[in-house]
Design a protein around this ligand. Structure first.
Ligand SMILES: [Zn+2]
Ligand SMILES: [Zn+2]
Length: 377
């Protein structure tokens, strides 16, 4: 069967996360979004671990009502690189917690703990407990693997083979990542890194897998094989897509930025290298054009653009979203599967906008320097 998965979210125990990030809310919003398996996030956090245990049932994959939960977390290593971990069972969570707590000061209180060890050491612990591991949002400056290292090998050293996936992050897609031959063996995941449960955050990027059964074993197989389809933002919408000034977001070419020694000549802010240029630097082969990546923003954002609102969280936007959801079903169904004619019967203008997105018939103001790009329909 086909399942939609989002394997990187955070609980209310991570910094800057909505206090609505609790299992019952995540489950019901996942259902609205059309996400079948969602990560618990933060599973090493003792209180969150207990909350997950108390609210869900099952072994490797836990369940709350109609939503399955994979046991996941994100950790930060001593070089500030982020990694996503997917656990086979609660026992593995507890065993890994025991190992990590010796080398972490904040694991008892922080949803995304800082582990005072290298990526290699974290991968070694992951392997010991049968945990899947891969770099989170790997191209992101500051906390992505390629923001700190030149290669997977440099980060994971003798444990590089343990890594089974890599997360693309909002500013990259699978075609961009496929230009680096180190990624040939890895499956490329698109997850949301959501800090709140609403369908314009949760599942704003997700993976479609083919799985045989609702179990960790089958999910793990599917992850290793790679998704059938990635869905997410157009990388140009990502806030680190282009090389740009951190302060005024002026976009620069790599040459110009180097010439200016990475100082903005508009406002003297620092210029941050974009994912586009970073990929170019690292690439050693042609992109794989067979990888399927659908560029679709969340439905609320599509409606927001039509309404000209600055946030998707307005009454008007949510009213239109609710009507579409009531008549047609989950958001993933509406944006990916539904026939345009079917959507037209409910909301003519939204149907036309979705058609344009599916055809990539839109313009962009590219993101960079920490500022999201802007879609112009
Ligand atoms: Zn992160
Ligand atoms: Zn500037």
């Amino acid at each position: 069967m086909e399942v939609n998965t989002d394997l990187h979210v955070h609980s209310k125990y991570s910094q800057g996360v909505s206090n609505k990030m609790e299992i019952p809310v995540i489950a019901s919003e996942s259902e609205k979004k059309g996400i079948d398996i969602v990560g618990t996030g933060d599973i090493l956090h003792p209180q969150w671990m207990r909350h997950v245990e108390e609210t869900t049932t099952g072994k490797g994959l836990r369940k709350y009502e109609n939503t399955y939960f994979a046991l996941t977390t994100e950790v930060e290593d001593k070089n500030r690189v982020h990694h996503v971990l997917i656990f086979p069972s609660m026992q593995a969570v507890e065993a890994a917690y025991h190992d990590f707590k010796q080398i972490s000061k904040d694991i008892r209180r922080e949803g995304r703990p800082r582990i005072n060890a290298s990526g290699a050491k974290i991968a070694e612990i992951a392997e010991k407990h049968g945990i899947l591991i891969g770099p989170a949002h790997m191209f992101t400056p500051y906390t992505g693997l390629y923001g700190n290292h030149k290669s997977l090998q440099e980060c994971y050293t003798n444990c590089t083979d343990v890594v089974s996936f890599a997360e693309l992050g909002l500013s990259a897609d699978s075609r961009m990542a496929s230009q680096i031959s180190d990624h040939d063996k890895l499956s490329l995941l698109s997850n949301s890194d959501a800090h709140s449960p609403w369908p314009y955050r949760l599942g704003r990027e997700f993976n479609k897998f083919q799985v045989k059964n609702w179990s960790f074993k089958h999910l793990s197989k599917a992850i290793r094989k790679g998704p059938e389809l990635n869905l997410g933002l157009d990388p140009r919408e990502g806030k680190y897509y282009r090389t740009a000034c951190n302060k005024c977001h002026n976009i620069y070419t790599l040459k110009k930025a180097e010439k200016l020694s990475w100082r903005c000549n508009n406002c003297t802010g620092l210029i941050k290298k974009g994912v586009k240029e970073r990929v170019k630097e690292l690439s050693d082969q042609e992109p794989d054009n067979h990888l399927e990546y659908l560029y679709l923003p969340p439905l609320s954002n599509i409606i927001q653009i039509l309404e000209g609102h600055s946030s998707p969280n307005t009454k008007t936007v949510q009213k239109r979203w609710n009507k579409l959801h009531r008549k047609l079903g989950s958001e993933a169904y509406i944006i990916v599967e539904a026939k345009i004619g079917e959507i037209k019967k409910v909301d003519d203008e939204v149907a036309e906008a979705i058609r344009k997105f599916r055809m990539q018939d839109y313009d962009f103001k590219e993101g960079g320097g920490g500022k999201y790009g802007q879609i112009i329909l």
